[in-house]
Structures are given as structure tokens and as C-alpha cells.
Design a protein around this ligand. Structure first.
Ligand SMILES: CC(C)[C@H](C(=O)O)[C@@H](O)C(=O)O
Ligand code: SF4
Length: 474
């Protein structure tokens, strides 16, 4: 008999009961909320005269709509100001803590949860946001939910869910220089497909994840959803424990040691059972760039684009459609393609280590962003911004011609003034390259690591980060 994996253990520990239809009623340990998916949910509570069942397990932030040039109130965009006021009022009326920009606590929801130690191993975590999978880096069950589910969790602290299957995704060996967590995430998605994870939770394992920092694990877990998985996680280990020690929401002293012991005990054992297992080799992963309109359409930076004429009939259309939208030719190399905009930031790659890697490339290259390129560095949270400034990273960026911004989602989704214009081509450290994703209906996105974005910004074109000589690997 094989043993339960982490997902089974956390699921069982939070099961309230099995519902008549076969779903599980799951107790939710942490409910994170943001300004986009919460207003309607609070309205539903008001209509039915309900309270937030567990305000102490509910934490709010503002990220999508907040401008990143200045956060001074009232916000210049009246709709953004309205949304800001709505979340302030809702949090006040329902007794929910808002991580406020005035107190230096604000940031992207998936950055502030972990950095404050709100995200802890063994928890169930939900948020009305698809990239909630990020929190799985700590060995949690972390799920994105819809607005009506947000209302349900606010009102009951529980949620009905069918248990997904679990696939173990192992990446073994050692990553080469210049190959980052982002490249691992893109390689997994390319290998398994953007729909490959449907119905699954991904357990990330193997040498590569064992050696990763928590921030790198977050980058990969963040993109689980882009590979279709319901969520993704890494089993807690000493790296997890040491990351959490001393953070705001984490217990101290004896209580911390007890918690740490429990966290470590949740890790899947050697003989754990899985519904499926997949193995990838670290040595086969290159610095990766997307060329299409979903995150699975990527190549190693040195490679050439697929040629529709050489593809089987069934695959041809999707490639043709993507190449036509992107204005690229099959068989062409991506390296050397001129870019118009460079964006470093987002919940995938807007943490301190990401900014450090990008800054290292800027220093190693020594040049300046050409005038025709707009380059933005947007920290994932106010704390990340302050920490980066304390090490002088902002000076490295601004002296090289990058724009150093306030914390927020910024151009990842462009629900704020940071938008592409027309057909601009953007080298972006974010997670989605869908048509029109970055604010212009015809705008184009090349997803890559923050180090690669920095290299592209300085060259004004797609470059292999390894050619600039900076050691950017963790
Ligand atoms: C606005 C929000 C609902 C959305 C999501 O769920 O992911 C956004 O964060 C995104 O990245 O597209
Ligand atoms: S940074 Fe991008 S992916 Fe992350 S929550 Fe914001 S909009 Fe969504």
C-alpha cells in the first residue's frame, strides 16, 4: 500500500464532510481578496444580510487597478478611485484587514501573502484570482476561485470542491547558467501543454525544486494554472521553514519549532501514491521565450519558430494563427527580433530575487536602454520596492534608462494606465501572452525571465542572456 501525498494529507485535514453530490466541503484557512473580484461578493453578503464568517482569516490588498506612477489619492482615474474606495469601505464594514498603500503594506496579492508569512504550509488558501496557485510553493492547497465562490467563502469559511488528481512533475539534474525558474515553468507548460494539467494538482519535485529558493518555487507554482492545472505545490522542507522564520504572521519561539515540525511532516513520503508522474531533465531546459498567443508556444532562445508547412494538419492552424497575430514567420529565429517595450514585474517575477537578477544583467551589460524602447521595472509589493531600494537596485535601473515604478500588477494585465499601444511588442516577465493581454487589442507579448527581459531592454531586441556574460542563475 502506498502512502498519501501532501495533497491528500492537507485535503483530509480540511475536509468538513462529503456532500451528497460527491464534492467535498473544504475548510478554508486563508482567504485573500483584491479589488477586482471582491466588490460583487461583498454586495451579495449585504443583500442577504450576512457577515464575513472568519474576518481574521481574510486579508485584502489592492493590486490590479492601482497606478504605478503615483499612488497619491484621489487616484487620477475616477473608476480606479471608486474601486479603491469600495474595497476600503467593504473592509471597514466587514472587519477585514486591508494591506494599505499608506502603511507600506500593499502589493500584488500573491506577493504580499508569502512575504508577510500569511501563507504557511498545510493551509488551504483561496483567492478570486487564477494565480493563487503561487502559494502552493509553501506546500499548501492554493486555489483560484470565481466571484460567487468568493462570496461563499466570505460567508461560510468553506467551499465545495471535487478532489483533483495529483501528478508528480519531477525536474532532475542541474539548471545551466542563465536558466531560471521562469524557464522551468515555460518548459513544463510546453512539454505538457496548456490543457495538459486539466483535472490535476501538480506536485513539483526533483533536484531542481529541492535546490530552488522559495521565490523561485513561487514563480513555477504561479504558472501551474497556465498549464491547465488546478493548482501546483512543492513539499515543505528546510528552505520553506527558514523563509518563514521571523515573518509577521508566523509564530515565534517554541511555537514556531512546533509548527515547523508539523510543516515538514506534511511532505509526501518516498512511497507516496500519484495518479500520474512525469520527468523532465534540467539539462534540456534553455532560457525560453514565447513566440505565440498562449504560454505553451515557446522555444529555447537559440531556436527557430515552428514552420506551419512542416507540421501535421491538426497542429497547423493554431501555429499559423499565432504567427499571424505576432507578425512572425515560421522558421525564423526569435533572437534579434526588435522589441518596443520591456516589462519587469508581476506576481510571477516581481520579487526581490527577480529584480536582483535583472539588475545583475544590467550591470554586466553596462549599456543603456535605447530611446525607442520603453522599459518598466515594477516591484511586486511596497516591501519589495523598499528592499530593492535599500540595496541600490533602483539606481542601477534608472541609470540605465529603466522607469522605476510603484508596486502593482501594472502592465501584466493593464487594468491601470500601464498599457501597450497599438502593435507594440513587449518583452515581459509576466505569465500570459494572450491576444490583447497587455492593454492594446493588437499588442504583442513575449514571455521570458526577468533576466532575459533586462537583456532585451538593453539590446532593444531579443537576446540570449547567456551572451551578456552575467551569471543570473539563482
Ligand atoms: C483580474 C483577475 C480576476 C485575473 C485572474 O484571475 O487571474 C488577473 O489577475 C489575471 O492575471 O488575469
Ligand atoms: S500580476 Fe498579473 S497575473 Fe498576477 S494577479 Fe496581477 S494581473 Fe494577475
Amino acid at each position: 500500500m502506498s502512502a498519501p501525498n501532501l495533497f491528500d494529507k492537507v485535503w483530509d485535514a480540511h475536509t468538513v464532510r462529503t456532500l451528497p453530490g460527491g464534492q467535498t466541503q473544504l475548510l478554508i484557512g486563508l482567504h485573500l481578496i483584491h479589488e477586482v473580484t471582491s466588490p460583487q461578493a461583498f454586495a451579495m453578503l449585504r443583500e442577504r444580510d450576512l457577515k464575513v464568517a472568519y474576518p481574521e482569516r481574510t486579508v485584502a490588498t489592492v493590486d490590479h487597478i492601482i497606478p504605478t506612477d503615483t499612488q497619491l489619492r484621489p487616484l487620477r482615474d475616477s473608476l480606479a478611485e471608486e474601486m479603491m474606495e469600495a474595497i476600503e469601505t467593504n473592509c471597514r464594514d466587514f472587519g477585514v484587514r486591508l494591506l494599505s498603500p499608506d502603511k507600506g503594506e500593499q502589493g500584488i496579492v500573491h506577493v504580499v501573502g508569502p512575504e508577510r508569512g500569511l501563507t504557511q504550509p498545510g493551509m488551504t488558501i483561496v483567492c478570486g484570482d487564477s494565480h493563487t496557485s503561487t502559494h502552493g510553493a509553501f506546500g499548501t492547497i492554493a486555489l483560484g476561485i470565481g466571484t460567487s465562490q468568493v462570496a461563499h467563502v466570505l460567508a461560510t469559511g468553506t467551499m465545495a470542491l471535487a478532489k483533483p488528481k495529483v501528478r508528480k512533475v519531477s525536474v532532475d539534474g542541474e539548471l545551466g547558467p542563465g536558466v531560471t525558474a521562469k524557464d522551468v515553468a515555460l518548459a513544463i507548460i510546453r512539454h505538457l501543454g496548456v490543457q495538459g494539467g486539466v483535472g490535476y494538482a501538480y506536485e513539483y519535485a526533483g533536484d531542481v525544486f529541492r535546490n530552488m529558493s522559495m521565490e523561485e518555487r513561487m514563480t513555477v507554482c504561479n504558472m501551474s494554472i497556465e498549464g491547465g492545472a488546478r493548482c501546483g505545490y512543492v513539499c515543505p522542507d528546510e528552505t520553506t521553514v527558514e523563509y518563514l522564520r521571523g515573518r509577521d504572521a508566523v509564530p515565534t519561539g517554541e511555537e514556531f519549532e512546533r509548527a515547523a515540525e508539523w510543516w515538514l511532516s506534511l511532505a509526501s513520503p518516498e512511497d507516496a501514491r500519484y495518479d500520474d508522474e512525469v520527468h523532465l531533465l534540467a539539462s534540456e531546459i534553455e532560457p525560453t521565450v514565447t513566440w505565440g498567443i498562449n504560454p505553451g508556444q515557446s522555444i529555447g532562445v537559440g531556436g527557430t519558430l515552428p514552420d506551419p508547412a512542416e507540421l501535421p494538419e491538426g497542429e497547423r492552424f493554431a501555429v499559423e494563427e499565432a504567427l499571424a497575430y505576432m507578425g512572425l514567420e515560421g522558421g525564423q529565429r526569435l533572437e534579434g527580433t526588435p522589441i518596443d517595450v520591456a516589462f519587469i514585474g508581476s506576481c510571477t517575477n516581481g520579487r526581490l530575487s527577480d529584480l536582483r537578477q535583472a539588475a545583475a544583467v544590467v550591470q554586466a551589460t553596462g549599456g543603456r536602454v535605447p530611446d525607442r524602447v520603453r522599459a518598466l521595472v515594477v516591484p511586486g509589493s511596497q516591501r519589495v520596492r523598499a528592499a530593492a531600494e535599500a540595496e541600490g537596485l533602483h539606481t542601477i535601473f534608472t541609470e540605465a534608462g529603466f522607469d522605476w515604478r510603484q508596486a502593482g500588477c501594472s502592465m501584466c494585465l493593464a487594468m491601470n494606465p500601464d498599457k501597450l499601444q497599438g502593435r507594440e511588442l513587449c518583452a515581459s516577465s509576466s505569465n500570459r501572452n494572450f491576444k490583447g493581454r497587455q492593454g492594446s487589442p493588437t499588442g504583442r507579448t513575449l514571455l521570458m525571465s526577468p533576466a532575459m527581459v533586462a537583456a532585451a531592454a538593453l539590446a532593444g531586441e531579443v537576446r540570449d542572456v547567456r551572451s551578456v556574460g552575467a551569471r543570473v542563475a539563482a
